[in-house]
Design a protein around this ligand. Structure first.
Ligand SMILES: Cc1cc2nc3c(=O)[nH]c(=O)nc-3n(C[C@H](O)[C@H](O)[C@H](O)COP(=O)(O)OP(=O)(O)OC[C@H]3O[C@@H](n4cnc5c(N)ncnc54)[C@H](O)[C@@H]3O)c2cc1C
Length: 417
């Protein structure tokens, strides 16, 4: 990594803003084609991607199919998904996951090959996970090693992008500030890829890190790019509830492995709400929990795992076990207090097939983009897959931008490759 003393104005082939899964995956691909600056506003590991637990959904099992994954995604999205984007997600997603495995990424295995988990809204076991439920951390670490080792990538940590430089609808780069340095830095490149994550960190009860503050969406909007669906915010049904602690995520996979939800009266209330009970789509479970909390005047409901094998639970959910232990809760024996928490920004910067925005030379992928794959409600574990699929498209789109990053009057048109 460069020392900040050396920096003030820099020119690269590609700028990638954000070091979550979308940014790292884009940087790894772009580095095969030119010099890449990866800018990130905190330490490289600080991202929602690092916190992701359950895994990556992909119809990789011979018993499964992209058609079934497509149907589940459309159903969860309440009819508002962009079908062509969902086709790309579920079809190319399998190839992106296989590619990661070919590169050496180790997903958890069982007796019969990959150990595939089940999550709400999925009709098949298709969730690949790693290191139990520390999937995000495992994938980010794996890709980070690859990116750091690549001679074409320069990483700028603690560097906050504050403005996109756009002239005549052509993105030329960005202005950024390093936390230890006075004055802005100018970065220019032929293409800029925003991978800045969502905005759920702005909520009082959230599963996201503080870095998820919607910066990329605001930057793009201010520069004149189209954004949409910002009213669709996904609340995770089961953030840990304590009076003062953070809403640590009690992942969907806990319910996938048999966890049951109870209200204060001891009733397994999901039986009343949906035929899939605790494995109903996320919005259904979140709103059912919210209704029960309101009805009973309680700040939470309770998730119980105590009817399941304690050794298996401890192994599969090691980090949840540890996090709850610090709050005096043993997840193998105690009911876990849970309540909904802001989790995922469904809307964002409008992107086309090649992840292009309405500004020429500006691309967006991952949670900051609105590809249309989630419709009104994201299906569990589809967002890491979205990062993999559409970051690759962003790089392919960026490669079509062959003109120098100089303003030109003929770029006043809307350009969304
Ligand atoms: C607790 C938790 C568990 C989850 N579990 C799953 C799961 O199991 N499966 C799944 O599919 N999804 C899961 N998700 C959702 C998923 O993790 C995210 O949607 C996905 O990781 C987003 O990746 P990203 O690369 O787009 O953004 P992020 O991973 O959020 O990365 C954004 C990056 O941009 C940087 N950044 C932001 N603003 C600026 C700026 N102005 N200048 C420079 N850098 C900036 C940030 O520092 C960060 O590095 C989970 C989310 C959370 C919070």
């Amino acid at each position: 990594m460069l020392s900040h003393q050396q920096l003030s104005q820099h020119s690269f082939d590609f700028l990638v803003i954000g070091s979550g899964l979308a940014g790292l995956h884009a940087a790894a691909a772009a580095a095969e084609h030119g010099k890449v600056a990866l800018l990130t506003k905190a330490a490289v590991q600080q991202s929602s991607s690092w916190r992701a637990q359950g895994g990556i959904a992909a119809a990789i099992d011979p018993d499964d199919s992209a058609f079934l994954h497509f149907d589940d995604t459309i159903t969860a999205g309440r009819g508002l998904c962009r079908k062509v984007a969902v086709e790309l997600l579920v079809g190319e997603g399998v190839e992106r996951v296989r590619e990661l495995i070919r590169w050496g990424m180790k997903f958890d295995e069982g007796h019969m090959g990959l150990a595939l988990g089940l999550e709400g809204g999925h009709s098949k076991r298709r969730i690949l996970h790693a290191e139990g439920n520390a999937t995000g951390q495992a994938v980010v670490k794996f890709l980070l090693e690859r990116v750091v080792a690549h001679p074409n990538v320069t990483i700028f940590e603690n560097t906050t992008v504050a403005e996109l430089v756009v002239v005549d609808n052509r993105c030329l780069g960005c202005m950024a500030f390093h936390e230890d340095r006075f004055g802005p830095w100018l970065f220019t490149a032929r293409a800029t890829i925003l991978a800045t994550g969502g905005a759920a960190g702005n909520y009082a009860r959230t599963t996201n890190p503080a870095t998820s503050s919607g910066d990329g969406i605001a930057l793009a909007y201010r520069a004149g790019a189209e954004v949409c669906d910002m009213e669709f915010v996904q609340f995770h049904p089961t953030g840990l509830y304590t009076e003062s602690g953070p809403a640590f995520l009690i992942g969907e996979a806990m319910r996938g492995e048999g966890g049951q939800l109870f209200n204060k009266a001891g009733e397994r209330f999901m039986l009343r709400y949906h035929p899939q009970h605790e494995l109903a789509p996320r919005d259904v479970v979140a709103s059912a929990i919210f209704r029960e909390m309101q009805r009973e005047g309680q700040p939470c409901v309770w998730l119980s795992m105590k009817h399941l094998d304690p050794a298996a639970i401890k192994k599969r959910f090691a980090n949840i076990y540890d996090a709850c232990k610090t709050q005096g809760i043993d997840i193998t024996t105690d009911p876990i207090p849970v309540a909904p928490a802001a989790h995922f920004t469904i809307g964002g910067i409008v992107t086309g097939r090649m992840a292009g925005t309405s500004i020429w030379g500006l691309f967006a992928c991952g949670e900051c983009a609105c590809t249309g794959v989630h419709g009104a409600n994201r299906l569990a574990s589809n967002s890491l897959l979205e990062c993999l699929v559409f970051s690759r498209h962003a790089v392919e789109g960026a490669l079509t931008v062959t003109d120098a990053p100089l303003p030109s009057a003929d770029r006043r048109r809307s350009a969304r490759p």
